[in-house]
Design a protein around this ligand. Structure first.
Ligand code: ATP
Length: 288
């Protein structure tokens, strides 16, 4: 089976459980957003998938093969993260060559084009790059490797708005030209949302959403109006948050609406965007 299956993966550091029995699949040829609040366990999960750290229990299956200690399976995965630190004195061009030694056929044409677009001089040494350019460079490397599953852990850290825009466009173009799986762990939900096909949200060590972005947003609602009518209309719904401004109450709902329930004229229903949904799903203070 194509894709990366996470089977019963748990991770504890000392006695603290960070990930609790995760069971889900990253399907092949999709762009995923991996979302979670600070400390939710996103990087931990990515490090387990790529065998950089071990799960306390469970396993990762890549295209039907157990990934642990399996070079063939692991060569299909590439993780670009804070941990990819190259020696300071190495020139960027040389890093492309080093990457090719590990991963095979590096896409020099794409990497050179991207370097031009980002105005990055490949004769420079890695240690001389600014924080933003280090991350731009790592992104270019990630797009150049032939791996089928590319994990990008906060790829836009330190990038200015123009460069973030260029990064999203480059990723989208590269994906169209050579479909593969991208998993982007990011906090810039509003910016990345238009790129995503699927979304995985981790909260309190568990996957609380895993679905097509369109389907997820289709069942995310903001229901507003006078408190009495709104609370009556939503009484059987999955309310994930509430706000009150003067006489208007706003209830955030995730899930199906009740078609049988009468909708008073004074109550309005709108869809949420991904960032609003995320904030309310992962906010421990549900009522304000
Ligand atoms: N090597 C480690 N030893 C002990 N605790 C760790 C270790 N690595 C991560 N943790 C803890 O695991 C939790 C999850 O960390 P992780 O970096 O995976 O979260 P994250 O979702 O990527 O967060 P952020 O968005 O803030 O980068 C945090 O509480 C972190 O302190």
């Amino acid at each position: 089976m194509k894709g990366i299956q996470i089977q019963g993966v748990e991770k504890s550091f000392s006695k603290r459980k960070i990930l609790q029995e995760l069971d889900f699949t990253f399907e092949a040829h999709k762009i995923y957003g991996l979302l979670g609040r600070n400390g939710a366990g996103k990087s931990t999960l990515l490090n387990i998938i790529t065998d950089r750290i071990f799960a306390t229990s469970g396993q990762v299956i890549v295209d039907g093969e157990v990934a642990k200690n399996n070079d063939a399976a692991l060569s299909k995965i590439y993780l670009s993260s804070e941990m990819n630190a190259y020696p300071a004195s190495i020139r960027l061009e040389k890093i492309f060559k080093m990457t090719e030694l590990f991963y095979g056929d590096f896409d020099y044409t794409l990497a050179n084009n991207l370097a031009k677009q980002f105005d990055l001089d490949l004769q420079q040494k890695f240690g001389k790059l600014s924080t933003g350019y280090r991350n731009i460079f790592k992104f270019i490397v990630a797009l150049g490797v032939p791996a089928e599953y590319i994990f990008l852990d906060e790829p836009t850290l330190g990038l200015d708005a123009n460069h973030r825009d260029l990064l999203y466009q480059s990723l989208s173009t590269s994906y169209i030209e050579r479909p593969r799986t991208f998993v982007i762990a990011t906090h810039l939900i509003g910016e990345v949302a238009s790129l995503l096909e699927r979304v995985v949200v981790i909260d309190q060590g568990q996957v609380i959403i895993n679905g097509d972005l369109e389907d997820v947003l289709e069942q995310s609602y903001l229901i507003s109006g006078p408190e009495k009518e709104v609370s009556e209309y939503t009484k059987n719904l999955n309310v994930i948050g509430k706000e009150r401004l003067g006489k208007i109450s706003s209830y955030y709902v995730y899930g199906k609406l009740d078609d049988e329930c009468f909708l008073p004229d004074v109550v309005t229903i709108e869809h949420l965007d991904l960032q609003q949904l995320f904030i309310h799903l992962t906010n421990p203070r549900k009522e304000q």
